[in-house]
Design a protein around this ligand. Structure first.
Ligand SMILES: [Zn+2]
Length: 198
């Protein structure tokens, strides 16, 4: 009987260990903002909701799932409330959530990529560190860095994991707009985001 119990507990340890190693893989949630009736920013019939959805899908497609598991909150043009997004994020309990947006300003010379983190997020330090990495990876000669800033967006406050809002560039700026809507620019952004989260 003792031998059987010992064998059973050994089996249990093996099973637990294999689950632990599976769970060691990083889980990152990509939140393509807006969607459905909520277009987000718009310029010349180009919509923020479409651009962030396209980039989110490219992140998923280019990612190597043996390194990082990626979950997209939205991969079709549907509306999801902020509450539903936050509930899903907290159910998934990921290592990181990145909310993708594009910026807009009445002064069309404003340009570049910026990240937001919240001091009210339980993991503000980890969020800030990852946000710096993201900006460093994405910014280049075509998309200047505007750095990491503070904001109290609900998705940042209420997600129980490191959380970042990325404003990928200004739809109101011609250079940013061309980069954000080009196949080449979207591929570059997606690849650079993946590099910085691995
Ligand atoms: Zn937005």
């Amino acid at each position: 009987m003792k031998k059987i119990l010992a064998l059973l507990s050994l089996c249990l340890v093996v099973v637990l260990l294999s689950f632990t190693s599976l769970n060691n893989k990083k889980l990152v949630v990509i939140d393509a903002a807006h969607g459905g009736h909520d277009n987000g920013a718009a310029k010349n019939e180009l919509y923020e909701k479409d651009i962030v959805e396209q980039i989110a899908k490219k992140i998923f497609q280019k990612n190597d799932p043996s390194k990082v598991e990626i979950v997209l909150l939205r991969d079709t043009d549907n509306f999801i409330s902020l509450e539903d997004r936050i509930n899903t994020i907290n159910e998934l309990n990921p290592d990181l959530v990145i909310s993708l947006h594009t910026n807009y300003h009445s002064e069309n010379n404003k340009s570049g990529v910026e990240a937001y983190v919240s001091a009210k997020n339980s993991q503000h330090e980890a969020s800030t560190e990852q946000a710096r990495k993201l900006i460093e990876a994405i910014a280049n000669e075509k998309l200047q860095s505007r750095g990491v800033k503070q904001a109290n967006f609900m998705i940042l406050r209420k997600s129980n994991c490191p959380a970042i809002t990325l404003e990928l560039g200004f739809l109101s700026n011609e250079n940013d707009r061309n980069y954000l809507t080009s196949e080449e620019g979207q591929n570059e952004i997606a690849t650079n985001i993946i590099k910085s989260i691995q």
